[in-house]
Design a binder for this molecule. Structure first.
Ligand code: SF4
Length: 337
C-alpha cells in the first residue's frame, strides 16, 4: 500500500487572503479566485508549518473529513499538491522593486489652453514614464490631438490609453489614429449615445464607445470586475498603495496631483517641474500606505487586488479612504454607489 504524502502545498501563485467575513483563495496565474471559509484559511496557515496529520491534531480532529475533502478538491483544481518535500516549494516572496520614479501618468485635457501639454509629455519622458492615460474631456482639434500623440512617438512610453469625447472625430479618423500610433493600447470614446464596440479592419484591435461621460476629476469606482489578479500587483500591494504608487496626474487646470479626483495639489505645471514635485516626500507619502494600514481595507479579502484610487486622510491616528468604495468587508456586501 502506498503511504499518503504527509504535506500539502498550494502552488506559489495560489494564495489565501483572510477577510473579516469572507476569505478568498487566489490563483494569480489563472486569474481566478475561490470563496473559502475563514476556518480553512487557518488550516492552510497551519499546513505551511505542519504535516496533514499534525494539522488535524492541532484542530483536535474536529475537521478531519473537511480537511481531506478540501485538499483533494484543491488538488483536483490544480491549486496545490501533496508532497513529502515541502522545503522544495518555498512560498512566493512578496518583493516589489521598480527603479522608475513614475510608471504611470494621467493627463486631463479640456478645450482650454490651461497648460503646455507638450512640455508635460516631454517632462514625463525624462522621468521614463512607461504608461500614459490621456483623458480628452472636451473636443480639441484633430491636429492638436495628433501633435500630442506625435510627441509620444519617440518617447519611452510603452502604452497609451486614450479617452476621447464622442462626436469630435469620425470613425475613420479614430481608426487612422489607432493604426498610426501602435502604442495606443486602449481607445475609448466617452459620452457616446450608445454603447458599442467597433472592430478595426486588421488585427484584434477595437474601439470602445461608452455612454458614461468622462468629466474633470472623475472619481474612480471599484467592482469585482476591475480587481487585478496579478503576481506583480499582489506583491506591490503588500508594501505600497497600488492605486497611487509611482503615479502622477495632471488635472485639466495643470495642477499636479496623486490622482485627478483628489483635492490635494502639489504645484502647477506652468510654474513647477513635475520631477521636483513627484520626488518630494509630501507627494510620495501616500504611495507608502498599503491597504494593510488602512481602516476597513485591512479587513477586506480584496486588499491585495484592489486599486481604488480614493484619497486618504488620517482619522484618530489611522489612515482611512475618503471615498466609499461600495464594499463592506464586515457584511461581505456591495452597495450601488
Ligand atoms: S477599497 Fe473597498 S474593496 Fe478595496 S480593499 Fe478597501 S474595502 Fe476592499
Amino acid at each position: 500500500m502506498i503511504k499518503p504524502l504527509p504535506y500539502f502545498r498550494l502552488f506559489s501563485s495560489c494564495i489565501a487572503v483572510q477577510g473579516n467575513q469572507n476569505s478568498l483563495l487566489f490563483d494569480l496565474e489563472r486569474k481566478e479566485s475561490y470563496d473559502i471559509p475563514e476556518l480553512l484559511c487557518g488550516v492552510l496557515a497551519q499546513l505551511e508549518e505542519r504535516t496533514i496529520p499534525e494539522t488535524k491534531a492541532h484542530f483536535e480532529h474536529q475537521y478531519d473529513e473537511g480537511i481531506d475533502a478540501y485538499l483533494q478538491e484543491f488538488e483536483k483544481l490544480e491549486l496545490g499538491f501533496f508532497t513529502d518535500e515541502p522545503e522544495a516549494f518555498p512560498k512566493l516572496e512578496m518583493i516589489w522593486e521598480d527603479a522608475l520614479a513614475i510608471q504611470t501618468a494621467i493627463i486631463e485635457i479640456d478645450d482650454s489652453d490651461a497648460y503646455d501639454v507638450l512640455s508635460v509629455l516631454d517632462q514625463l519622458d525624462h522621468l521614463a514614464c512607461a504608461a500614459l492615460q490621456l483623458r480628452i474631456l472636451k473636443a480639441i482639434p484633430l491636429q492638436v490631438l495628433q501633435s500630442f500623440l506625435a510627441a509620444t512617438q519617440a518617447s519611452r512610453l510603452r502604452s497609451i490609453e486614450l479617452f476621447l469625447p464622442d462626436g469630435a472625430y469620425s470613425e475613420s479618423e479614430l481608426i487612422a489614429l489607432k493604426e498610426v500610433h501602435q502604442r495606443i493600447a486602449l481607445l475609448v470614446v466617452h459620452s457616446s449615445p450608445q454603447q458599442k464596440v467597433v472592430d478595426l479592419p486588421e488585427g484584434e484591435d477595437k474601439i470602445f464607445f461608452v455612454q458614461k461621460e468622462l468629466t474633470a476629476a472623475a472619481k474612480d469606482y471599484v467592482s469585482p470586475d476591475n480587481f487585478v489578479l496579478d503576481v506583480k500587483l499582489f506583491s506591490e500591494a503588500h508594501h505600497y498603495n497600488v492605486a497611487l504608487n509611482r503615479k502622477v496626474s495632471i488635472d485639466h487646470k495643470g495642477f499636479i496631483k496623486n490622482y485627478p479626483s483628489h483635492e490635494k495639489t502639489y504645484g502647477q505645471v506652468s510654474t513647477n517641474k513635475i520631477a521636483e514635485m513627484v520626488q518630494s516626500t509630501a507627494f510620495q507619502e501616500k504611495w507608502l500606505i498599503p491597504n494593510d494600514q488602512i481602516i476597513k481595507c485591512q479587513d477586506c479579502p480584496h486588499r491585495y487586488t484592489c486599486s481604488f484610487n480614493s484619497d486618504l486622510k488620517v482619522e484618530e491616528n489611522k489612515w482611512t479612504k475618503i471615498d466609499d468604495c461600495g464594499f463592506d468587508p464586515y457584511t461581505n456586501q456591495w452597495k450601488k454607489i
